[in-house]
Design a protein around this ligand. Structure first.
Ligand SMILES: [Zn+2]
Length: 152
């Protein structure tokens, strides 16, 4: 079932949302507001957070080679793996902040930029695509943002 607060898909047997912890047994009571809250910005924000977390893990892997049982030194295009690792972690952290901001519907530009940076952090390649999908969802949900119009 979909979480009425953040929109993420949960196991039907789940008692609480895996992302935001909302008790799912109460969803019937929350139903009137559920449709309003379940939106592209929430799903996009959740995907951006996921992409950012993957980017952070990816960065740790480059900074501490072998920590994940793989060897990044044979990936030559990134240059220095440690520098690359810190850059991707920085980008991914901005991405996580952007994703959280998206769940709150504030600062639309930060959410879109966060999606972009989360994608750039490349979380094991798949994080790149997750981040792009998240950015596209948030980018197309600008109407949901209260403060978005102020930034043009
Ligand atoms: Zn949730």
């Amino acid at each position: 079932m979909k979480c009425p607060r953040c929109g993420i898909e949960n196991e039907t047997s789940a008692h609480t949302c895996i992302l935001c912890g909302l008790p799912l047994e109460e969803t019937d009571e929350l139903a009137p507001g559920a449709a309003r809250r379940r939106s592209r910005a929430s799903v996009g924000g959740a995907l951006i957070i996921l992409s950012g977390i993957m980017g952070i893990l990816n960065g740790i892997y480059f900074i501490a080679p072998g920590s994940l049982g793989l060897d990044p030194t044979n990936i030559t295009w990134i240059g220095d793996p440690v520098t690359f690792g810190y850059l991707t972690i920085a980008a991914a952290m901005v991405g996580v902040v952007g994703g959280l901001t998206s769940l709150q519907r504030t600062a639309y530009p930060l959410c879109v930029a966060g999606g972009f940076l989360a994608a750039l952090s490349l979380g094991f390649t798949i994080g790149f695509f997750i981040g792009l999908v998240g950015m596209a969802l948030v980018g197309s949900s600008r109407k949901e943002f209260v403060t978005g119009t102020r930034f043009g």
